[in-house]
Design a protein around this ligand. Structure first.
Ligand SMILES: *Cc1c(COP(=O)(O)O)cnc(C)c1O
Length: 451
């Protein structure tokens, strides 16, 4: 296996196991890693990657794994996608960095124009670019505070917004994200999310009751007039791919509008065709005031953004937003290539197709195995929640055992959820259908063996 062999779209699209997982070269690298890399940086599957493309991740031992993770919803357009590589390479050869705040360049502007066009709503918009999702969320809060002159931020049960100090505060789950890392940023308040599978009053009442509880907390415990921003994932990501009960998001958005609260949709995981639409908010016609994006935006290069109403975005004073690397020219070029790919290949349609295939298979499996409590999600963002059969008690040990069995057979899957009992599937949107089906075969065998 020579360095000259390309990854990207030309990588052979077949699962192939030639050693145990992980193989000897990966095991040796893991040992080196243990002596060089801080323990706090975890690993889902310790195979070291040699190349990747389409629906395949190939490791240093020559094993080819089916990718149901996309580097956590990042490589929707595929790894080393042709137009991402072409545009990034051209940019690398012209200049690598000037800092947009020092001397600007046009690709930054072009990415902002795309974001202003693609995000929901026909109103006048502005965007600002950053490096990571957490940084985008922090900046959305800064902008909302500057615009409203209020300080409180409302977030939701099971929400995830990042690992910096403010975004740890915005994130619900303690372990592993927050444990021992406090104290956290103040003026952050958490309210219920419409989680139909676990709503005490039943799924049918979930949207109405959860919205009533959430808005009641805002009015009675915080004071709506003190709230700068409400930050919400239109489908919870790390929280376990929970689609809020229909009607919940419109109620919350309406409340924000009435109370002058900036409605921030965190579309970092759900954005850029992942759910079968450019943004998951479109599903119920929600027009957010601000949208945060990252992950899928640039085919794997680090880039993030805040996009929203011009009058809110422009409330921050000149010089108040930015950063040394934010909107790096290579990352901007990659984003333009990624967006071009999404349009050219109609990746929204591809995501919907993936969702149909997955849901049909997984629903049939769930009818056979009561350990699968629920199959849910939208487009190429699908999950199963595992429970003790005959109950809704979380079964993280079943999720872990199924994930382990999948990994051993060459299928990369991720876990999620507040209780660690959700298996989530995020295949690249360009995955060939035969690999999608084979991945589901592997998963099905793993469920049959474990559950
Ligand atoms: C991943 C994620 C973030 C954080 O993004 P980073 O790039 O890891 O900082 C924030 N919000 C959501 C919904 C995410 O999925």
């Amino acid at each position: 296996m020579g360095a000259a062999q390309p990854g990207g779209p030309s990588l052979p699209q077949e699962r192939r196991l030639v050693t145990a997982i992980p193989g000897p070269k990966s095991v040796a690298l893991a040992e080196r890693r243990g002596k060089a890399v801080a323990r706090g940086v975890g690993t889902t599957l310790p195979v070291f990657v040699a190349r990747a493309g389409g629906g395949i991740v190939e490791d240093v031992d020559g094993n080819a794994l089916i990718d149901f993770g996309s580097g956590i919803a990042v490589t929707g357009v595929g790894n080393s996608a042709e137009s991402v590589v072409r545009r990034a390479r051209e940019q690398l050869e012209r200049f690598t960095h000037t800092c947009f705040m020092v001397t600007p360049y046009d690709s930054y502007v072009a990415v902002c124009e795309e974001l202003n066009r693609l995000t929901p709503g026909a109103h006048e918009k502005r965007s600002a670019l950053f490096n990571s999702g957490a940084e985008a969320v922090e900046n959305a809060v800064k902008i909302a505070r500057a615009s409203t002159r209020r300080s409180a931020v409302v977030v939701f049960d099971h929400g995830y917004h990042g690992r910096t100090n403010l975004t740890m505060a915005l994130t619900a789950k303690n372990m592993p994200y927050k444990e021992s890392f406090g104290p956290f940023a103040p003026e952050v308040y958490r309210v219920p999310f419409a989680y139909p599978f676990r709503w005490p009053g039943g799924a049918a009442n979930c949207a109405r009751e959860a919205a009533a509880e959430a808005t009641d907390v805002i009015v009675t415990q915080i004071g709506a007039h003190n709230v700068a921003a409400l930050v919400i994932e239109p489908i919870l990501g790390e929280g376990g791919f929970i689609e809020p009960a229909k009607g919940f998001l419109p109620r919350i958005a309406e409340f924000c509008r009435e109370q002058g609260i900036v409605f921030v949709a965190d579309e970092i995981q759900t954005g850029f065709c992942r759910t079968g639409q450019w943004f998951a908010c479109e599903d119920e016609g929600i027009v957010p005031d601000l949208v945060t994006t990252a992950k899928g935006i640039a085919g794997g290069l680090p880039l993030a953004a805040v996009t929203g109403r011009a009058e809110i975005m422009d409330a921050a004073h000149v010089g108040g937003l930015g950063g040394t690397y934010g909107g790096n020219p290579v990352a901007c070029a990659a984003a333009l290539g990624a967006i071009e790919t999404m349009r050219a290949l109609d990746l929204n349609a591809a995501a919907r197709r993936i969702g149909m295939v997955m849901k049909a298979r997984l629903s049939a499996l769930a009818r056979e195995y009561p350990a699968i409590g629920e199959v849910r999600g939208r487009g190429a963002m699908i999950a199963i929640e595992l429970v003790r059969p005959g109950s809704k008690d979380a079964a993280p040990e079943i999720a872990a055992a199924v994930a382990k069995a999948c990994h051993a057979e060459g299928l990369l899957v991720l876990t999620a959820g507040t209780y660690g009992n959700v298996l989530r599937f995020l295949p690249p949107l360009v995955i060939p259908e035969h690999l999608l089906v084979e991945g589901l075969d592997v998963l099905e065998r793993a469920v049959r063996r474990v559950a």
